[in-house]
Write a protein that binds this ligand. Sequence first.
Ligand code: ZN
Length: 411
Amino acid sequence: MTVTRPLRGATAAQTHSAVLDLIRSGGVVSRVELADRSGLTEASISRIVRQMLTDGLVAEIGTGDRTGGKRRTLLQLNAGSRHAVGLSLDFARVTYVVTDLGGTVVGRLDGEGIGLSAPGEVVPRLAAELDDLVGSTGVDRSTLMGIGIAAAGRQDSAHRVLRSNPHAEDWELFDLEDALSTATGLPVVVENDSTCAAIGEYWVGRIPASADFATVYLATGFGLGLVTNGDVYRGASSNVGEIGHLVLDIDGPPCWCGSRGCLEVLAAPRRIVELALGRGLGEELGLRGQPVTLRQDADRVARAAAAGHPEALPVIEESARHLARALVSVTNLLDLDQIILAGPGFAAAGEIYLRHAREDLQRLSFVRAVHPTTVTLSRFSDVSAALGAASLVLHSRLTPHQTSSRLALAR
Ligand SMILES: [Zn+2]
């Protein structure tokens, strides 16, 4: 593990941030290891660590092996010293988590989804539910660093607005960051849900800054979050990773984006429910076939498939085959060595998606002879976006040297 960006010429804050990131990804490390990994002198590391101890960000946790007659004092993040709130806004459900500095969830609440409500009705409810959750965890409010919001949709180029509810147009121009910040008194950052899932894997999954990986997030649609050199890749306007609109069949069925044969029309929950209904599974699996029950219906089909239901299984297999082929193209474009499948859409039948993705990448990836592309399921399944939103707050505030984003938090 190495610091991937040279620290020569870095500001004190950047150096501090890079060292904190090494402690985060290392788990438990000594000052000597930090000096090795950062290329800084032991004297510099000692000075930086002393400041972190004063700030309460890291803690000494005893001594490691004796080397050269000296025991090494071990360091790790002082998890309880800071907290962040993450929430994922979804049509069907709003999930809130409070995490500590290490990314451990210390409180969770599932609230009613935003449905067709206008933002003016939703924001006071979010603030109230959030307040209840923080109160119930016993977390000292002065340790809260901010709120991260994971939402699906299109961001404007200033990152201020995110269309999080395609069913209610008044969200399109609504400044959610500002409104929730005013309602809670905390800094707020809004981010695309698939990007949140990726940043959550990076922070909580202790992925080192030198790794390049992608997270495929599946809720109502597919999204791709990309982390390179320890930072999220955002593209020109934070609208990167629209894997759902990767075209797999140019003569395929039309997609709402204007194209045809997109991954989304061939494999997303809407298609899964359509195929299951077409196979006459509606009554047996209790599918309601309404737009508002889309996610629950797709989950029912996925659960049946995971249990080996002979009619449900081919439906999920078809979705998984399309995703696998899309992942081959994404890997060919980006030369990825790791892909993580995350989000509620993979909760029930993730293993089926995993199997197809692994088989296709092993067989078809352009770089297969050079290196494998590993595919894994996220350990955080249905909370990965909320957890990632909280991680984004920690990441932006504590390791800004890695963060291209979100100056809103500095307000
Ligand atoms: Zn499309």
